[in-house]
Structures are given as structure tokens and as C-alpha cells.
Design a protein around this ligand. Structure first.
Ligand SMILES: [Cu+2]
Length: 140
């Protein structure tokens, strides 16, 4: 390899390292644009497979009941519980434990004010995410 070639290779390695560090970030907030939005009737489908939920962020509409169709696609028992926040002090609703590969349950959460709720599988708490409620708060 020529000296020029070595220099270029070293530069590429440095550039790749810088890119890797920049991409990792340090925030626990999900990046914008990755939330799965509910439809016009504030309904969304969440699936469980390979010990993971299909998304770590659901975005719902303020002031309307939130309906989550929960489908378990594997032969491992899962449930879905929603709380006011990740302290889990205020439960808002929970499905039964269901075992796939073709099981489903529907969870309806009462209308919520804007904010960031928390959901998880109570059996595998590493399966969790945010339920973001967006919109203007309804008039009192
Ligand atoms: Cu689970």
C-alpha cells in the first residue's frame, strides 16, 4: 500500500468512528417519527413476537378512549399493561396473559390528558414503551 493509501484508510476509520459515536446518542426519548399512531377512532394494533413488542412508542389522541388490539404471535405468554408513567403507581388497564401464536386481546384505556404514559408486559418488563397522548387538552 502507498503512503497515500494508508492515509486515506486511516481517515475512513476515523470518520466511521465519529459517525458511530454521533448515532448512539444518550437520550431515553424515542426519536421523533418512530411512534405508531392510532387511527381516527384512536385504535392501534400492538403485536408481541421474539420477546419484543412491535413498537416502543404509540401515539394516541387526547380526550378519547384509547383502544389497543394486542396480538401475541408466539408461544410465550405475554400481557399488556398501561400505567400513567413508568413508576407504575397508577395502572390504567391490563389485558389477561395470552399465549400465541394466534392469541389476541383488546385493551381500552379511558380518555387521557396530553402526556407520556407507559406500557409493558408484566411478565417480561424489558418489553415496554411509551404511549404518547397528543393534542390540546379538552376544555374543562
Ligand atoms: Cu411478555
Amino acid at each position: 500500500m502507498t503512503d497515500l493509501g494508508r492515509g486515506a484508510t486511516a481517515l475512513l476509520v476515523v470518520a466511521a468512528l465519529v459517525a458511530a459515536c454521533t448515532a448512539s446518542g444518550g437520550s431515553t426519548e424515542p426519536p421523533t417519527g418512530v411512534c405508531v399512531k392510532t387511527d381516527a377512532s384512536n385504535t392501534v394494533t400492538l403485536t408481541a413476537n421474539n420477546l419484543q413488542f412491535s413498537t416502543a412508542c404509540i401515539e394516541a389522541i387526547v380526550g378519547k378512549p384509547i383502544v389497543i388490539h394486542f396480538a401475541n404471535q408466539e408461544a410465550v405468554p405475554h400481557d399488556l399493561a398501561v400505567y400513567k408513567d413508568n413508576t407504575k403507581q397508577q395502572p390504567l388497564g391490563k389485558t389477561d396473559v395470552i399465549t400465541g401464536p394466534n392469541a389476541s386481546a383488546t385493551l381500552t384505556i379511558p380518555p387521557q390528558l396530553p402526556g407520556r404514559l407507559y406500557f409493558e408486559c408484566t411478565i417480561h418488563t424489558s418489553m415496554n414503551g411509551s404511549l404518547v397522548v397528543r393534542g390540546d387538552a379538552p376544555a374543562p
